[in-house]
Design a protein around this ligand. Structure first.
Ligand code: TYD
Ligand code: MG
Length: 462
């Protein structure tokens, strides 16, 4: 650790980058004005990490074990009673694991975890919900909206981690919720609650408790823009699983995405809707994403994308119009800006459309953020449809990656995508030529295989 003049260190509150002097822009995450000075306690060597994984007492000699002699045990999981959350977690909460749930304030983290506590306690598990943000009556009010709780659900309003550790040791709950990590503090660290060193130290203590006692700990972390409170990113590396809640605060649906999981896949998403009585699962996400889609409007195309093992249909909208200024305006929502620019350049070169002088706005509706290249073909179709002001059949869906020479390339899991489109009543699917054969097997809808973007043009109608 590089220390500055007064034995202090500057931490980026966004990503945890440390530096001996203050900097305007963080070299790690490129955020501006996120450095805050913190005093750090000198760590005795091995102090924090000793015995963390093995549960060995300090001072004992470390003895390595032969891998082949370790009994094969499957991890012990408890179902949260919420299918969408279980899926993102990889099948339930693993005993003794540390899970971080991040998201913007007000997105529904406390609500979701309170629901998890309700389900776990109803199943006979002892749970402890520790809040550093709300008072007992406030939590009670929220709990009343969600439903009935059994007496196996314990509440504690506390921010001092020493006290919390004592309570966990004496009560021995199976699951603990910490809401939120930014309000917790440890007396041994002089920095303020919410600072990088406090947040890391607090997580370290919780990690020891989780591994030592076999308690599953769920930690809430607020994502903040101001840079005064350390974001959840600074503790991503310490926990077993990281889930982020995404979505527009003003829209009612929420997407829970796994970004790290030591016990499962990270590609899964869970879709929820915020209602009067808490979060409910959205089982048919594609239908939800396509809700309110305009029919017979130019520039609107449905693309099939995969989120982990689940196919998802999304609507891509494009608005292409003549630019009034020298430099055309391009804007994207839910998609990579540079990717859209690239696809428009490919279109211009390969199909001769004069797009360079056009403003273009491309939007993925439903608040989804999509990075998969399989939506390329959808974007191309939407742009062409808007440019020519010709509509596509509302019963048509498309997917495929577009390369720089305008070729339409294969994508994975083509058959599942077609099946999802068929399930939702689509009649035609435009797919990469190489996948077409495979897609036609056991599918009742019309499959059109295309090799290049030029071939796609024929599917537009006046
Ligand atoms: P909350 O869980 O407090 O967010 P976080 O802990 O992530 O900051 O969610 C708060 C929002 O959810 C708030 O705007 C009210 C809304 N809400 C409902 O719409 N229905 C409900 O049943 C509950 C409990 C909250
Ligand atoms: Mg909250």
């Amino acid at each position: 650790m590089t220390k500055g003049k007064n034995g202090t260190v500057f931490f980026c509150q966004n990503c945890g980058y440390e530096s001996a002097k203050w900097m305007g822009q963080c070299p790690g995450c490129r955020e501006w004005n996120t450095f805050v000075e913190e005093t750090v306690r000198k760590q005795p060597y091995g102090g924090q990490d000793a015995g963390r994984r093995t549960g060995q007492a300090r001072g004992m000699k470390a003895v390595p074990s032969a891998l082949s002699e370790i009994p094969a045990g499957s991890e012990n999981r408890i179902s949260t009673g919420i299918g969408e959350l279980d899926r993102v977690l990889g099948g339930g909460i693993v005993q003794g694991s540390l899970t971080l749930i991040g998201g913007d304030p007000g997105i529904g983290k406390s609500t979701l975890l309170l629901q998890v506590c309700r389900n776990l306690s109803a199943e006979g598990h002892k749970v402890l919900y520790i809040s550093g943000e709300e008072s007992l009556p406030q939590i009670k009010m929220r709990a009343d909206r969600i439903g009935q709780f059994t007496d196996r659900m314990l509440l504690l309003c506390e921010t001092d981690l020493d006290e919390i550790a004592e309570v966990i040791r004496s009560q021995r709950p199976e699951a603990v919720v910490i809401d939120s990590i930014q309000t917790m503090y440890n007396e041994n660290v002089s920095a303020a609650p919410g600072s990088v060193s406090q947040v890391r130290e607090s997580t370290g203590i919780l990690l020891q408790l989780a591994k030592g006692l076999g308690v599953s700990v769920l930690i809430v972390g607020h994502v903040t823009k101001e840079g005064t409170v350390a974001g959840p990113r600074v503790l991503e590396h310490m926990v077993d699983a990281v889930l982020y809640f995404e979505g527009d605060r003003y829209a009612s649906y929420r997407i829970l995405r796994g970004v790290k999981n030591r016990f499962g896949s990270t590609n899964e998403i869970g879709v929820f809707e915020m209602q009067e009585r808490g979060l409910t699962e959205v089982l048919n996400a594609s239908e939800y994403m396509l809700n309110g889609r305009p029919e017979d409007a130019s520039g609107s195309v449905v693309a099939c994308t995969m989120e982990g093992t689940r196919p998802l249909l999304v609507e891509i909208q494009a608005l292409v119009c003549q630019s009034n200024f020298g430099i055309p305006r391009r804007q994207t929502t839910g998609m990579d800006f540079n990717r859209v620019n690239l696809l428009m350049a490919v279109l211009e070169k390969r199909s001769g459309m004069q797009l360079a002088s056009c403003d273009a706005y491309v939007n993925i509706t439903g608040g989804m953020k999509i990075q998969e290249p399989a939506v390329d073909l959808g974007v191309v179709l939407a742009v062409v449809s808007s440019f020519k002001n010709q509509v596509l059949s509302p019963k048509l869906a498309a997917f495929g990656e577009v390369g720089l020479s305008g070729e339409v390339r294969a994508v994975s899991q083509a058959r599942q995508r077609v099946a999802e489109a068929e399930k939702l009543g689509f009649e035609t699917c435009i797919v990469p030529y190489v996948c077409a054969e495979d897609c036609r097997k056991n599918s009742g809808i019309e499959i059109i295989g295309v090799r290049t973007v030029q071939e796609v043009m024929g599917w537009l109608r006046e």
